[in-house]
Design a protein around this ligand. Structure first.
Ligand SMILES: Cc1cc2nc3c(=O)[nH]c(=O)nc-3n(C[C@H](O)[C@H](O)[C@H](O)COP(=O)(O)OP(=O)(O)OC[C@H]3O[C@@H](n4cnc5c(N)ncnc54)[C@H](O)[C@@H]3O)c2cc1C
Length: 338
């Protein structure tokens, strides 16, 4: 189905009311293949969107957006210790997590309540509470945008990194993810050593996969704004990685600075803390602002433009650079001119 001159308000969680020239909604793998085989009929540029929960549009989109509505959750294989479950790229991420948790399949519970679609999970390598999508993805099924051919990428071939994958690098906009396969445990080892997860679980009773999910949901609801109520795209910036010497020098100057060892050998700093130290939490410029409880989340109080939100993010980056000498990288993808 192709929509012309369509409002993007329901396709981005900042709630920005821009328009796209064309939006192609894909309901099945077969439909994706047949449309993409005739790619020359598609007005360029082409950009694939999911739920728009990691996007910032700065104006009307002149070209074609492709949106997967491919549904379906299937248990593909059952083994004594694990199952392979697949989900269509248009399935709502949290509905998928809920279904798996209710079936007793472990591995996804820490990723509860992350907005967006299954299709974006490998693209973004989504992560929360010490787990990333890369830990449980078996393979990713894709259709080539240029000729409609179907292929599958193994976990290794996806080249996952921190909120990154091959789909954001050399495969950017070259493939539509149609189905993602997850390896989930039937005898899960729960990961609880993150933030206040254990405290929240103890309030709920025993340690089990359903309570882990509920604890994550409770904590997230208490900390993060609901995009249905206050437009936002979650963390606007990535947590920066810095060299050990640089981190040590910062630690001498700022005693409370949170830092974490990263498997890369570098030190990961908390971008939210850095932004907070620059005095941004709760600030507002017009209708663009920084959430009062979470300095990493930029919000649209109602009528902000994408450009106003972008400009605010640049001011924040500048002040973090001036104070700490650290250049924050955006996690949210900006679409349009700036
Ligand atoms: C309140 C809030 C909390 C959040 N918390 C977290 C969190 O804890 N952890 C986290 O990692 N993220 C978090 N996010 C960010 C966001 O939810 C994730 O990045 C999510 O995976 C984006 O999914 P989406 O379907 O909305 O993708 P979009 O935002 O539409 O797109 C994201 C990227 O994926 C690509 N893409 C989407 N679908 C497809 C497809 N089918 N095929 C190919 N490419 C595709 C797009 O081109 C784009 O590059 C949060 C966002 C919000 C609003």
């Amino acid at each position: 189905m192709i929509y012309k001159n369509i409002s993007l308000k329901k396709y981005n969680t900042f709630g920005l009311d821009y328009k796209a020239d064309n939006l192609i909604s894909i309901k099945t793998e077969e439909e994706a293949i047949s449309i993409l085989k005739e790619n020359r009929k598609i007005d360029q540029p082409l950009f694939v969107i999911g739920g728009g929960s990691n996007l910032l549009f700065t104006g009307d989109y002149k070209g074609t957006l492709m949106h997967s509505e491919i549904e379906g959750i299937t248990i593909e294989e059952e083994h004594p210790e694990y199952v392979i479950v697949s989900a269509g790229s248009g399935v709502n991420w949290d509905k998928f997590v809920e279904r798996c948790v209710n079936n007793g399949f472990g591995g996804l519970e820490n990723l509860s309540l992350i907005p967006g679609s299954v299709g974006a999970s490998p693209v973004q390598n989504i992560g929360a509470y010490g787990i990333e999508a890369k830990d449980i993805i078996e393979k990713v099924r894709v259709v080539s945008v240029s000729d409609g051919s179907v292929s599958e990428l193994t976990n290794n071939e996806c080249r996952f990194g921190y909120r990154n994958s091959i789909f954001k690098e050399e495969f950017k906009n070259r493939f539509l993810v149609i189905r993602v396969y997850f390896r989930l445990s039937t005898n899960p080892i729960l990961k609880l050593d993150y933030g206040s997860l254990t405290d929240e679980i103890s309030k709920l009773g025993g340690v089990n996969i359903r309570n882990v999910r509920q604890a994550v949901v409770n904590i997230r609801r208490s900390k993060l704004p609901d995009p249905e109520i206050l437009g936002n795209a979650g963390s606007f910036f990535k947590n920066p990685l810095v060299d050990k010497d640089f981190a040590n020098a910062l630690r001498e100057q700022y005693h409370g600075i949170p830092f974490y060892d990263d498997p890369s050998g570098k030190i990961k700093l908390a971008a939210g803390w850095l932004v907070d130290q620059c005095g941004w939490k709760g600030k507002r410029i017009g209708d663009a602002g920084i959430h009062e409880k979470q300095a990493l989340v930029l919000v649209n109080y109602n009528n902000a433009t994408g450009k106003e939100i972008f400009d605010l993010s640049e001011k924040i980056r500048q002040s973090v650079s001036d104070k700490f000498g650290i250049e924050l990288e955006r996690e949210v993808e900006v679409i349009g001119s700036i």
